[in-house]
Design a protein around this ligand. Structure first.
Ligand code: AMP
Length: 294
């Protein structure tokens, strides 16, 4: 496994791979890897000849007062995990090398960014699109894998790929969860024991919603109320939003159907967590419902 920091060196490596006719698979991450990231790598591994993972805590997707400085980092451990996951190249650039003087995209250029996390985290998706665009340009992958855990981000990248006609297959892989259901996240490391215990309510609420759908409930209002009531119990949880959108448009819906995605964000203690569920379990385009297990 190679570790490359310099953008120029990464571009050279990619050019050599291209000349050799290698199919590049790419998994962008911010590091502090967990099983969720590793499952994306396994997902990509079976679809490429050369697997590149980036580890870069992207400053432009953090707002003022967010956790950029304290975001957990452990490059040694991440490298060992990437090596076990059969990654060929870790791309670990510096912010100075990534952002010499490039322009940020304007909000208007970004599809599906105005609702949900786009409201609570203004500028976040501009930062995401900015970094993903730069990384795609450097890494030039044929396939890139994103997690359903960040559903809005994944959908935005899918749509960008379509809008810009990028020759990249954008795949969305399922959310990997802890044994009790909590979605894995690098930010779970912030949770105090009591917050960690109560955080399970997020995935419990999604399970309630999915069961209601399976039993025939089709009112978005009713399901959102049910989820809100479940999250209102624990004293460390403050709901940011509970919304049900159509996966294709990311617009809120009143009546549920096979395109309905329930997404929520909540602050547990001081840690903002997100989670979501595909209510019907129907496999959407580019979407996989099965995790790539070890
Ligand atoms: P991050 O390092 O948090 O920026 O995440 C990098 C990639 O891993 C994104 O595509 C995330 O959606 C994905 N990811 C994060 N957590 C999980 C999880 N629990 N299951 C599956 N994918 C995840």
């Amino acid at each position: 496994m190679q570790i490359i920091s310099a953008v120029t060196e990464m571009r050279d490596a990619v050019e050599r791979l291209g000349l050799g006719g290698r199919r590049i698979g790419f998994v962008p991450t911010m590091g502090f890897l967990h099983e969720g990231h590793l499952s994306l790598m396994r997902h990509a591994r079976t679809r490429c000849d050369c697997l590149i993972a980036s580890i870069f805590v992207n400053p432009t997707q953090f707002g003022p007062g967010e956790d950029l400085d304290r975001y957990p980092r452990d490059f040694e451990r991440d490298s060992a995990l990437c090596s076990e996951a059969d990654v060929d190249i870790i791309f670990h650039p510096s912010a100075a090398d990534i952002y010499p003087d490039r322009q940020a995209p304007s909000a208007a250029e970004i599809p599906f960014a105005c609702g949900l996390c786009g409201v609570s985290r203004p500028g976040h998706f501009q930062g995401v699109v900015r970094i993903v665009t730069i990384l795609f340009d450097i890494v030039r992958p044929q396939v890139a894998v994103f997690g359903q855990k960040d559903a809005q981000q994944a959908r935005i990248i899918q749509q960008l790929q379509q809008d810009r006609g990028l020759a990249i297959e954008v795949l969305v892989a399922p959310t990997v969860r802890e044994k009790d259901g909590l979605a894995m996240s690098s930010r779970n490391a912030y949770l105090a024991p009591r917050e960690r215990e109560q955080a399970v309510c997020l995935s419990e609420a999604l399970d309630l919603a999915r069961s209601a759908y399976a039993q025939g409930e089709r009112s978005a209002e009713t399901v959102k109320r049910m989820v809100g009531e479940h999250l209102a119990g624990p004293d460390t949880i403050a709901v940011d939003y509970v919304e049900i959108v159509d996966w294709r448009t990311f617009k809120p819906v009143a009546d549920l159907d096979e395109w309905s995605l329930l997404a929520l964000a909540a602050v547990v203690g001081r840690t903002r967590l997100i989670d979501n569920v595909n209510l019907s379990g129907v496999e959407w385009p580019g979407f996989s419902l099965r995790s790539s297990t070890a």
